[in-house]
Ligand binder design. Structure first.
Ligand SMILES: C[S@@+](CC[C@H](N)C(=O)[O-])C[C@H]1O[C@@H](n2cnc3c(N)ncnc32)[C@H](O)[C@@H]1O
Length: 277
């Protein structure tokens, strides 16, 4: 990756990027999404997702700039691209609305460039990037349509966007809705109950499920599980799509080259090619 690239020159209207969606920013500032992208996770992405299929098939040698929008605290898409795609000439940018997440991501990826930005107003010029990833980002936006519009704006015509959205046709949808009582408890000041009862219960289930389903034993820290709990059940905004709704989100702004669920069906991954003109 080329960290001496001129990405910073593309960074305009930085002050504007930090205004709205304060609740989401505050949520991820106190609980950044921080699930370690170890080899098992990266291999899993390669083998089971639309992103993995794309990476196995596509020749990236003509791609110069990559961006991960809403990268989170570990920026696992950056880890993935570094592991399977990027060479020293290609530049990698990460954005997020949460400063704490960005600080963690920067520690993980010292050579990538990170910017605080709301996806509703990305501080980059039109047609800048060859490939954009946004996984689990539009799902917590008030206006995901505007977010996608922005992502498509900064991608070059004919180039690609990989999105992953929450899948409405998965058990996670009713579970998130049922977990509303946890969010209400938090609002009413019962956060210790969440921290010292619900999170430890979740940790036990999580460890057990990992042993049973992941086949290989991963070392998962309690901290990661806690972050995962806050990400899955406590986010103040979560939007879900079925396949038809996901297609209409994209509309005629791009061509959907692939769409399939992953992560036990919880997410819907989509590869989009931006219209050439
Ligand atoms: C579920 S996490 C996913 C992180 C990462 N993309 C991954 O897949 O590991 C969602 C991330 O999107 C960020 N985010 C949410 N709304 C955003 C917005 N409007 N603009 C930029 N980032 C946003 C959050 O701060 C959080 O880090």
């Amino acid at each position: 990756m080329d960290d001496s690239s001129d990405d910073k020159q593309l960074f305009h209207k930085s002050e504007e990027a930090i205004q709205p969606e304060k609740t989401i920013a505050a949520h991820y500032d106190s609980h950044p999404f921080y699930v370690r992208a170890d080899e098992i996770v990266l291999e899993g992405i390669l083998k089971t997702t639309v992103l993995g299929d794309f990476v196995r098939q596509q020749d990236f040698s003509q791609f110069l700039r990559f961006i991960d929008v809403g990268c989170g605290g570990f920026a696992k898409n950056i880890s993935f691209l570094r592991r399977f795609v990027l060479n020293d000439q290609q530049s990698m940018v990460g954005t997020d609305i949460s400063l704490q997440s960005l600080a963690l991501a920067q520690q993980q990826h010292p050579r990538a460039n990170f910017f605080q930005a709301n996806t509703e107003r990305l501080p980059f010029k039109d047609n800048t990037f060859d490939f954009a990833t946004a996984t689990g980002t539009l799902v917590c936006m008030d206006q995901p349509d505007r977010g996608l519009q922005e992502i498509l704006r900064i991608v070059k015509p004919g180039r690609y966007v990989y999105l992953s959205l929450y899948n409405k046709e998965n058990i996670y949808y009713p579970v998130y809705r049922a977990a509303k009582f946890l969010r209400v408890l938090k609002k009413r000041g019962f956060e210790p109950l969440i921290q010292y009862f619900f999170v430890p219960c979740y940790a036990m289930v999580y460890w057990l499920a990992n042993i049973v389903f992941a086949k290989k034993l991963r070392r998962i820290s309690y901290r990661e599980i806690q972050m995962d709990f806050y990400d899955k059940f406590m986010i103040p905004v979560a939007k879900f799509w079925n396949r038809e709704e996901a297609y209409s989100l994209v509309g005629d702004r791009g061509q959907i080259l692939a769409c399939k669920p992953h992560y036990w069906g919880m997410m819907l991954g989509m590869l989009i090619q931006k219209k050439k003109s």
